[in-house]
Ligand binder design. Structure first.
Ligand code: B12
Length: 191
């Protein structure tokens, strides 16, 4: 599978972060490269200063199977605009969202935005590899931790997002202790 990970186009009022590598998609790409056979590239729409339409065009030229869009709350509408521009041009490519905003609003976003195919909540290194493997083998997505997707008209949240400590250990990184050993689904905190 070919995965392109992109930042969202810059939103009005966002702090300029042009040219600063984005750690989240960087970690995911590093993990995919190291621990899978899938191909992955990063496309930094924010740094290039592209709008949603140009970003969609440029990414689709690379013929990906999956486009993963990072988003925070400030640029969520840019991320949604990008998902729409992608689907307008190519209905087959899978649009996967992630990052702080869609981790908190996954159910709502999938209900309101048909162009979003699925969301991985929380940290996604391991989950995304499992997701790509499952897509390739046409397997069962309910085994992908943190994945939220549609089944006909209802939504399914799989198991809780992947475990931070285990993911960090598998990357051989120094990690801070977790604040609690209880797993809390961020969506529960919104209620
Ligand atoms: C560093 C940082 C910055 C730097 C960014 C430098 C850089 N290029 O990386 C600077 C100072 C520029 C910055 C700017 C802003 N930031 Co900032 N920033 C952070 C901070 C402290 C760390 C982000 C980080 O690198 N985390 C580590 C990486 C590894 O984690 P991650 O990004 O979450 O990625 C993981 C998951 O989210 C997921 N994931 C990430 N991307 C994707 C994509 C897909 C497809 C999938 C499936 C999963 C996925 O997997 C990743 C790996 O495990 C966070 C707070 C935090 N503790 O996370 C705030 C934070 C992200 N920033 C925030 C905000 C508000 C902003 C600004 C809007 C501030 C402003 N008013 O301008 C701007 C926006 C700039 C922009 N367009 O992105 C908020 C977002 C809140 C929200 N609800 O969305 C946060 C959460 C802080 C907070 N608690 O309020 N920021």
């Amino acid at each position: 599978m070919k995965l392109i990970l992109t930042t969202s186009p810059r939103a009005e009022g966002d702090l300029e972060r042009k040219g600063l590598p984005f750690l989240g998609i960087g970690y995911i790409a590093g993990y995919v490269e190291k621990f899978s056979h899938h191909r992955v590239e990063i496309f930094d729409a924010h740094t290039y200063g592209y709008n949603a339409s140009r970003t969609a065009e440029k990414i689709l030229e690379k013929e990906p199977d999956v486009i993963g869009i990072h988003s925070i709350t400030d640029n969520r509408f840019k991320a949604i605009a990008l998902a729409k521009e992608i689907k307008k041009r190519n209905k087959e490519v899978i649009v996967l969202m992630g990052g702080p905003h869609f981790s908190l609003t996954a159910k709502n976003a999938l209900e309101l935005v048909p162009e979003i195919d699925c969301i991985i909540k929380g940290e996604a290194e391991k989950s995304i590899v499992k997701f790509l493997d499952t897509l390739e083998s046409k397997g069962d997505f309910s085994n992908v931790s943190g994945l939220v997707y549609r089944i006909v008209k209802s939504l399914l949240l799989t198991k809780l997002p992947q475990n931070l400590t285990k993911a960090a250990l598998s990357l051989n990184l120094p990690i801070a202790p977790e604040p609690t050993d209880k797993e809390i689904d961020p969506e529960d905190l919104q209620k």
